[in-house]
Design a protein around this ligand. Structure first.
Ligand code: OZR
Ligand code: MG
Length: 218
């Protein structure tokens, strides 16, 4: 029967990565996606930038929007201190199912709470519930990697719900490809944010791409 790409990624992890070793899980996915089939993981080049931002921020609370197969989830979780609270949202139940298994293989399942995020409309209901559901006041770091047309609306919603504070850092993937022009326009023209971008390339390709770093200053 047909085996989906996400299943092939999971099989590559289970075949080539060592249980309990997050770095080997990352390596296995990058090898599969650079040698066999492209997939929309953040990849190793942008992943190293993500690692450096996570290490610098050393966040106690992290929100990831867009889990997919859990590649960036594993990268982030493996760098967090044990007391950290990490929530990742994936609206697609099939991706969430694979991500849970990838995260479990890396041995990080007790560090990451995967909350099945509902589709756009419901996610606008969901974000205001984070405080009560997870006892989180504000996020030290948010990684945006979900639907690109939702970056702006979800950022505004997080602001409105008081989930962001002075010093919170937002890191957005794919601001060039596929692109999030309204988001970039909004944060660049807002006095609340100090923003800059890290030059990079679209995962597993030579196409120009940036990771968009936002520090909240007010
Ligand atoms: O759409 C992207 N990410 C958001 C994914 C959204 C979809 O996957 C989860 C959900 O089912 C939704 O339909 C994306 C797309 C590309 N790309 O090159 O097309 C590269 C990337 O890094 C990306 O994060
Ligand atoms: Mg992406």
């Amino acid at each position: 029967s047909f085996v989906s790409l996400r299943q092939r990624i999971l099989s590559a992890v289970q075949k080539n990565a060592t249980r309990g070793d997050p770095r080997s899980v990352i390596r296995a996915i990058d090898q599969f996606c650079s040698q066999k089939e492209w997939a929309m993981n953040v990849g190793n080049e942008k992943g190293c930038i993500l690692d450096s931002v996570v290490s610098e921020v050393n966040p106690a609370t992290v929100l990831e929007l867009g889990t997919y197969c859990g590649y960036s989830t594993v990268r982030i979780a493996s760098l967090l201190p044990p007391y950290a609270k990490f929530i990742t949202l994936e609206f697609n139940p099939d991706f969430a199912a694979v991500a849970r298994q990838v995260i479990a293989w890396a041995g990080l399942e007790d560090k990451v709470k995967i909350k099945p995020c509902l589709v756009e409309g419901a996610s606008s209901d969901w974000i205001p519930k984070i405080k009560e559901q997870f006892g989180i006041k504000t996020f030290d770091l948010v990684f945006l990697d979900h639907w690109k047309e939702h970056y702006l609306s979800d950022t505004k919603l997080m602001e409105e719900c008081g989930l962001l504070r002075k010093g919170s850092v937002l890191l957005a993937d794919n601001v060039i490809c596929p692109g999030a022009p309204d988001y970039v326009e909004y944060v660049r023209s807002s006095p609340r944010y100090k923003s800059h971008y890290f030059r990079s390339h679209l995962e597993y390709t030579k196409a120009e791409e940036n990771l968009w770093y936002l520090g909240i200053i007010e």
